[in-house]
Design a protein around this ligand. Structure first.
Ligand code: GTR
Length: 356
């Protein structure tokens, strides 16, 4: 398959030959994705954090929970949102996973808290609507501090992703976590958010996209029957994307970008794309195609990219090697223990590798 727009050519047609070129191409790609898909990513602002509650005997007594509040000092005023933090007991800096999730409580069917901390990972949980509501209301939460001035103004996915990065500002300031072992995970619309956040924020070394589908990990030009069409997502969820997206969503072949370019912005850091065989709406085959199409970015940096099969995987198959990995589990649209364990394994196998 030919993946277009071409990853390995600059907008002016010049070839991308090496790591230095790829870094420049990434800057170009982020600009395209901001202009036509997710809207601008607001600049960082000063952040402060405050622990509001500490629960020392949490998860069988093997971890400590901190309820915290993060305040972002924007030019237009202060914005505060909560973050739940779990740190396993024991000496030393911990690897950290940030999850952005659908519900306020971290004790959620999508988050096996105890299993995560028992595996030695610290966990930070953000409820996405604490950043801004999942609707067309751009006065909600952080949105009102970044006015919708033009058709490239930050849309909801950008704002949620921005919130993750501000949480990370605070978390890294604590000096409790390994800076080489920061992961972000999200499911579905929040998988799209995790990818976009990782594309922009180079402090995130590991991204897990779970069943993220259309405008997430699914390569739109290889759309498969039963998958979510671009025109549908643009109509039902226009507020996830910048206004300029509406002009390009009728037909994937006219898109000025595609999702392999999004994944490529995370290179040479690590991406795990999780699909589910029963989740045709997220188009698992197109999610695998994105991994294949993004792979040359890792090679440009001198690392291995996608190491799996070119042909679509069957149920409970995939390949976890390389810079961008793909796995299709059996079952439905869900973020489950198996998905978490796969991501933790993926991180653990790379954390002590000093290169890449
Ligand atoms: C669906 C949407 C998908 C996916 C999902 C979710 O309705 O069409 O793109 O994001 O919602 O987030 O649960």
């Amino acid at each position: 398959m030919v993946f277009v727009p071409e990853l390995m050519r600059f907008a002016d047609g010049a070839p991308v030959r090496n790591a230095e070129d790829m870094r420049k191409r990434r800057t170009e790609l982020l600009k395209i994705l901001q202009e036509y898909a997710y809207g601008e990513m607001p600049a960082a602002v000063p952040v402060t954090g405050r622990i509001t509650d500490k629960i020392t005997k949490c998860c069988s007594g093997d971890a400590v929970r901190y309820n915290t509040e993060i305040t972002c000092k924007t030019a237009n005023g202060d914005f505060t949102f909560p973050l739940s933090l779990f740190i396993p007991n024991g000496e030393g800096k911990k690897p950290l996973i940030i999850v952005i999730n659908f519900r306020p409580s971290p004790y959620d069917e999508y988050i096996p808290v105890e299993e995560i901390t028992d595996n030695g990972f610290a966990l930070a949980q953000i409820y996405y609507e604490d950043i801004t509501a999942d609707n067309e209301d751009f006065t909600s939460g952080i949105a009102k501090f970044f006015p919708q001035e033009n058709d490239r103004a930050p849309a909801k996915i950008s704002l949620w992703a921005w919130g993750i990065s501000r949480a990370l500002d605070y978390l890294l300031s604590l000096d409790l976590f390994r800076e080489d072992a920061v992961g972000v995970i999200g499911h579905s619309r929040l998988g799209k958010t995790a990818l976009w956040c990782g594309a922009n924020d180079e402090r995130i070394r590991f991204v897990c996209s779970n069943c993220s589908g259309c405008m997430g990990a699914a390569y739109a030009r290889s759309y498969h029957e039963g998958g979510e069409p671009l025109a549908s997502i643009a109509k039902v969820f226009p507020f996830w994307f910048c206004k300029a997206f509406q002009a390009h969503c009728a037909d994937a072949s006219g898109l000025p970008f595609d999702q392999h370019l999004l994944a490529a912005c995370i290179a040479p850091r690590f991406v795990l794309v999780n699909s589910a065989s029963g989740d045709l709406w997220a188009d698992p085959v197109s999610e695998q195609n994105t991994c294949i199409g993004a792979s040359p970015a890792w090679q440009a940096y001198g690392f291995t990219g996608y190491q799996g099969d070119p042909a679509p995987y069957g149920e409970n198959e995939g390949c976890l090697d390389g810079g961008i990995a793909y796995y299709k589990r059996s079952g439905i649209h869900y973020l489950g223990r198996k998905d978490w364990n796969r991501f933790m394994k993926f991180m653990r196998e790379r954390i002590d590798v000093s290169v890449q």
